[in-house]
Ligand binder design. Structure first.
Ligand SMILES: C[S@@+](CC[C@H](N)C(=O)[O-])C[C@H]1O[C@@H](n2cnc3c(N)ncnc32)[C@H](O)[C@@H]1O
Length: 242
């Protein structure tokens, strides 16, 4: 496969993956419970990707109205296919998660708030929250005492990366308080990287140009994580306005 643009190469790798970042269904349930999200909640899955967590949210809250938003058509179409069995109470739309109107009892955002910035995203979403509403988001997070190699790699990938204290500070700067937090390690990363590793192996023999470069980059990320899985996490934060 040649002559792809970098964007097309990215979408080729991500086609048919079950999710587009680390995460686990059990963590969705944990966040709903920490946020005390009611049975008949209005929930937004912001940056839903192909809808892995939209499906879990719909199963966990069978009476809830769920709106999922993503800016990439390929992901929106995949999420629509996966959530079709839930009928009209789950709506997936193509749009900008910076522009949510709500009101929502929960804004769930797995591995996507970094596109806005944690403080910026939380500030933008405040007006979209119902009274007593909460935001649950996951954010790349350095674990204590990372090696120089890990620090250099993850900071090059994402210059704003911090440890959990840095994430708490960004939450506080937006005028929110932390209701609960947990580190996503192990299973949550395997759920993302194992299928991606298989996808890379499938695409590699025919790859050249931009696709080959994108595969190299994805492979390097998986290798870095495998070399030191105790140095990087996704922090799953459940937060509410002060
Ligand atoms: C790392 S993926 C995570 C997807 C999904 N939440 C998951 O965990 O599998 C980040 C997603 O955020 C979406 N995204 C980034 N910026 C966005 C924006 N401004 N509005 C809507 N979606 C956005 C991307 O298209 C992508 O699907």
């Amino acid at each position: 496969m040649s002559d792809l643009t970098p964007d097309e190469a990215f979408l080729t790798i991500y086609a048919d993956l079950a999710r587009e970042g680390p995460g686990a269904a059990a963590d969705v349930g944990w966040a709903l419970s920490v946020a005390a999200t009611p049975a008949q909640a209005r929930i937004c899955d912001a940056g839903c990707g192909s809808g892995a967590d939209t499906v879990t949210l719909a199963k966990e809250r069978p009476l809830a109205q769920i709106e999922a938003v993503d800016k990439i058509t390929q992901f929106v179409e995949a999420a629509r296919r996966r959530t079709a069995p839930f009928g009209a109470r789950v709506q997936v739309r193509e749009g900008d998660m910076a522009d949510l109107s709500g009101p929502y009892d929960l804004i769930w955002c797995a591995g996507a708030i970094y596109f806005l910035g944690v403080s910026e995203g939380l500030r933008l979403w405040r007006k979209a929250l119902a009274p007593s509403g909460a935001v649950a988001f996951s954010e790349p997070c350095l674990l204590p005492r990372p090696s120089q190699a890990a620090l250099a790699f993850w900071a090059a990938e994402y210059p704003q990366i911090t440890d959990v204290a840095g994430i708490r500070a960004r939450v506080a700067a937006a005028g929110y308080r932390v209701l609960g937090e947990q580190m996503q390690v192990g299973d949550a990363w395997e759920a993302f990287y194992v299928p991606m590793g298989k996808r890379i192996a499938k695409l590699r023999p025919e790859a050249s140009g931009a696709l080959s470069e994108a595969l190299d980059k994805a492979e390097a990320e998986i290798a870095r994580w495998k070399a030191a899985p105790s140095e990087i996490a996704y922090a799953l934060m459940v937060v509410a306005p002060e």
